[in-house]
Design a protein around this ligand. Structure first.
Ligand SMILES: NC(=O)c1ccc[n+]([C@@H]2O[C@H](COP(=O)([O-])OP(=O)(O)OC[C@H]3O[C@@H](n4cnc5c(N)ncnc54)[C@H](O)[C@@H]3O)[C@@H](O)[C@H]2O)c1
Length: 326
């Protein structure tokens, strides 16, 4: 069985990808700087799940710190690096774009360079549907993706281009995966479905940017993780959408949560944010053709699973001490 480096392993998607690799019998070298972009106790919770596997080793490293990464990558000689570490908030990237460029671009450059130096032939890069900007859905990989609406989207598109350069110059096999609005158990607390769930449970008012008719292609995290593992096969240089391929209005997603929790939302509408994309939907024919991948979990089912996980998490939260992160 192989060794894989997963950056962002304490993050939402990196955690599920690491779990799948470990369950399949692989060794995982996990890297994460455990930053406080959102409550680090959730990162700690994910890490605790991974540490139950003997084949998992964790390094609290920053992917912008090339000197520190180098001996680790050299010694571990992985089959592939899966780069899932990133600064990922669309609106927050408008406030501090430098942070996004450091991790999303310089961090990616560091990892690509280490692939070149140490003969690592496979690189999987997490990208985003945000690169399509205001294009008309369904989005296809050959769409221009030349007008990103936020520094986050621009940083991810720039990283995609850098990946191409390293493929061209050094023959590294790179698969870029454009994920579409990922949700599920242990999801990101700064994303809409998680915020809605918490506010409904606390009977707090819910803020919606715009009128709630904006559409997202909500995709369940296990489907994303499975597609990511399938992308480890040799593909040359490929950009592939991973999405549920259905457009759902934000208001309708909220209604599903209301139903799952048996609660009614109090909504306050705010002005739409110019960095937010209006509508997303993936054309997944390439993922089907190249990876034999199709999503399996419907939005109502995924929301049920997310709600059940949250009940368990709330019970375990008091035992998670941040001192473990010092
Ligand atoms: N969740 C989504 O809906 C979504 C959609 C499209 C694309 N993506 C992409 O998928 C990837 C994973 O996203 P996620 O939702 O799991 O986000 P996340 O924030 O939960 O995970 C990212 C992890 O990377 C770590 N990290 C950030 N900067 C780092 C650095 N400099 N060095 C080391 N570790 C660092 C963070 O601590 C975090 O644990 C990202 O590249 C993101 O842009 C996510």
């Amino acid at each position: 069985m192989g060794t894989y480096v997963v950056t962002g392993c304490a993050g939402f998607i990196g955690w599920r990808v690491s779990e799948l690799l470990l369950t399949a019998g692989h060794r995982v070298i996990g890297i994460d700087n455990l930053n406080d972009a959102y409550d680090p106790r959730l990162k700690l919770w994910r890490l605790r799940q991974l540490e139950q596997h003997a084949a998992f080793t964790f390094y609290r490293y920053d992917i912008t710190d090339r000197e520190r990464l180098e001996p680790l990558i050299a010694a571990s000689a992985p089959e592939a690096i899966l780069n899932l570490a990133a600064r990922a908030g669309v609106r927050q990237s408008v406030e501090n774009p430098w942070l996004y460029y450091e991790t999303n671009l310089t961090g990616t450059l560091n990892l690509l360079e280490l692939c070149r130096r140490y003969g690592i032939t496979k690189f999987v890069q997490a990208s985003t549907s945000s690169v399509y900007g205001a294009a008309t859905p369904p989005f296809r990989e050959q769409d221009a993706a030349a007008q990103p609406l936020s520094p986050y989207a621009a940083s991810k598109r720039a990283a995609e281009l850098l990946c191409y350069t390293y493929h061209h110059l050094h023959g590294i096999d790179v698969t870029v995966l454009r994920y579409f609005t990922v949700y599920g158990p242990a999801g990101r607390p700064d994303m809409s479905l998680y915020i809605f769930m918490e506010r409904l449970l606390r009977a707090e008012e819910i803020e919606i940017f715009g009128d709630g008719s904006q559409e997202r292609d909500f995709t369940y995290v296990d489907d994303i993780a499975e597609g990511t593992l399938r992308a480890l096969r040799p593909l040359g240089y490929a950009i592939i959408n991973l999405g549920n391929s259905q457009r759902v209005r934000l208001r309708d997603a909220l209604a599903l949560l209301e139903e799952a929790l048996g609660r009614r939302a109090r909504i306050r509408y705010r002005e739409a944010h110019p960095a937010d994309v209006r509508s997303t939907q993936a054309d997944i024919s390439l993922a089907q053709a190249l990876l034999g991948w199709a999503p399996k979990v419907s939005l109502p089912e995924g929301i049920q699973r997310m709600v059940r996980w949250y009940e368990q998490y709330c019970r375990e939260l008091p035992a998670l001490s941040l001192s473990a992160l010092q």
